[in-house]
Ligand binder design. Structure first.
Ligand SMILES: Nc1nc2c(ncn2[C@@H]2O[C@H](COP(=O)(O)OP(=O)(O)OP(=O)(O)O)[C@@H](O)[C@H]2O)c(=O)[nH]1
Ligand SMILES: [Mg+2]
Length: 202
């Protein structure tokens, strides 16, 4: 897929105020600082499109971007940031769950995971929760440039083993680096394929 146009539409906390649900929507989520906003900028080739930061917790709202006038890309706030109060964590959970349940055009969630770390409980809990509520998702490993491909492969193998303890089937897995543009074609081709499937069902 060629990205001809990528534009920021709006940020909000309420699903009711999100753009009309008339196009397939792909949402990026993962721990704070995992590289969600950076990956969005890499995919769209717009450096400052999604706000990035070296301090976790930068993205606090549901941010909608419109790509090629045909699909929505969403940057969601991260989870698992230790310095956030319990109250804000509960607010985050409520907002995200409401978004998952009510956003009728939500097509696939991209769960981002740092390729440098062994499986973490927050990530596994989140993935299992997605399975329970029946939202389609794929896993995207980030920051692959920060280490050798051998180390990345070993993280992925560890995640697969952990996932297979609770799941019969593994989700689609992508390896990316926003820095080196790794995985860009694979992710955009996947979105293209799914967009075609959505169109065929209409
Ligand atoms: N080396 C390297 N650094 C990256 C990569 N992706 C992100 N980073 C860095 O990681 C930090 C966090 O990136 P963000 O894209 O802001 O992460 P986020 O998940 O959107 O963070 P929050 O919005 O705070 O939850 C920044 O300092 C980025 O420059 C990558 O692929 N490679
Ligand atoms: Mg962000």
């Amino acid at each position: 897929m060629v990205i001809k146009e990528a534009k920021f539409l709006m940020s909000n906390t309420r699903v009711e105020e999100c753009p009309a649900p008339d196009k397939p929507e792909y949402a990026f989520i993962g721990r704070s600082n995992v590289g969600k906003s950076s990956l969005i900028n890499m995919l769209t080739e717009h450096k400052g499109l999604a706000k990035t930061s070296s301090s976790p917790g930068k993205t606090q709202l549901i941010n909608h971007f419109l790509i090629n006038d045909t699909w929505y890309l969403v940057d969601l706030p991260g989870y698992g940031y230790a310095k956030v109060s319990k109250g804000s964590r509960d607010d985050w959970r409520k907002m995200i769950n409401y978004y998952f349940q009510k956003r009728e055009n939500l097509t696939c969630i991209f769960v981002l995971i740092d390729s440098r770390h062994e499986p973490m409980k927050t990530d596994m809990d989140f993935i299992n929760h997605l399975g329970q509520i029946g939202v389609p998702f794929v896993i995207v490993f980030t920051k692959a440039d920060k280490q050798s491909s051998v180390k990345t492969d070993s993280t992925i193998a560890a995640y697969k083993r952990t996932l297979l303890q609770t799941w019969d089937e593994l989700p689609r897995i992508f390896v990316t680096s926003a820095e080196k543009r790794t995985g860009r074609d694979e992710l955009l081709n996947f979105i293209d394929e799914v967009n075609e499937q959505v169109k065929a069902q209409q």
